[in-house]
Design a protein around this ligand. Structure first.
Ligand code: CP
Ligand code: NVA
Length: 303
């Protein structure tokens, strides 16, 4: 593994390698066991979009690993004035040891990886959100003791989260059922990948997706960059909500995950959100541990 660009690039073995190391790093952090695997290393964090969890978990994670993190707001860099990403990649490769980038186009992340010679980590694009899904898989395994054979349900927009969850879930042997409106399906490459699996279903019916599910996911109806579509999307996604009716058809011990930020009474009711708040905030915490594992594997000294 040289980069983390999207879930599609990871093998099942690599996913488990990350999750196992994440569990170990979490244990070490909770027990005060030093794990300075990235002493003297610097991570650059380029943000073209807002963030709470990604920024703070990467920055803190790097600190806990003995390294340093630089917050680089794209609007204050030359990249924001049109300097090509290919040049930015080659310049930053001379100074720092890895780049985390949150941006719009997946191609920008892929270009950084192609032109730079340091590891690139995708901190969210319009197409994918691999760091989040690694934390999600870690959390499901913590609660359920396994991933293989569980049923994952996704209800809502066929967006970055849907794409990464479908691919990640299938790669670890989960049954995945996504309910998305016809006009808001997951990406063509995601559906092409998923079509190779018997245990994938795409439906427009949230109750079908939720039936006997072990874990239910949803995400905002309008993602970052889609703010002007918010009203249209409110109409299009009516009914694509995790609520009591949906929970009633899932397994009695089903867990609920949300990458956050959540829009209560849109994609999830306040009642369901609060009933599953521990699982959701464990999921948020696990961003820290999963990303520390990714950084150690990508940026640590290989022996
Ligand atoms: N879930 C997530 O990526 O959160 P932020 O947008 O706050 O980073
Ligand atoms: N789909 C959301 C996820 C935020 C973490 C967005 O892209 O805004």
């Amino acid at each position: 593994m040289k980069h983390l660009l999207k879930m599609m690039d990871l093998s099942t073995e690599e996913i488990y390698e990350i999750l196992n190391l994440a569990d170990q790093l979490k244990y070490e952090q909770k027990h005060g066991i030093p794990h300075n695997h990235l002493a003297g290393k610097t991570l650059g964090m380029i943000f073209q979009k807002a963030s709470t969890r990604t920024r703070v978990s990467f920055e803190t994670g790097m600190y806990q690993l003995g390294g340093n993190a630089l917050f680089l707001s794209a609007s204050e860099m030359q990249i924001g004035r049109g300097e090509p990403v290919q040049d930015t990649a080659r310049v930053l490769s001379r100074y720092i040891d890895g780049i985390m980038i949150r941006t719009y186009e997946q191609s920008e992340v892929e270009n950084l990886a192609e032109y730079g010679n340091i590891p690139i980590i995708n901190g969210l694009t319009d197409l994918s959100h691999p760091c989040q899904v690694l934390a999600d898989l870690m959390t499901i395994r913590e609660y359920k003791g396994k991933l293989d054979g569980l049923k994952m349900c996704y209800i809502g927009d066929g967006n970055n989260m849907a794409n990464s969850l479908i691919v990640g879930g299938l790669k670890v042997g989960m049954t995945v059922c996504a309910a998305c409106p016809d006009a808001y399906k997951p990406s063509a490459t995601t559906l092409e990948f998923a079509s190779r699996f018997d245990n994938f279903t795409l439906t427009t019916n949230p109750l079908e997706a939720a039936k006997d599910a072990d874990v239910l996911f949803t995400d905002v109806w309008a993602s970052m960059g889609q703010e002007q579509e918010a009203q249209i999307r409110k109409q299009a996604f009516k009914g694509y909500q995790i609520n009591d009716e949906v929970m009633a058809v899932a397994k009695p011990d089903a867990m609920v995950q949300h990458c956050l930020p959540a829009h209560r009474e849109e994609e999830i009711t306040t009642k369901v959100f609060e009933a599953h708040a521990n699982e959701i905030f464990d999921e948020a915490e696990n961003r820290l541990h999963a990303q520390k594992a990714v950084m150690v594997l990508l940026m640590g000294d290989k022996d």
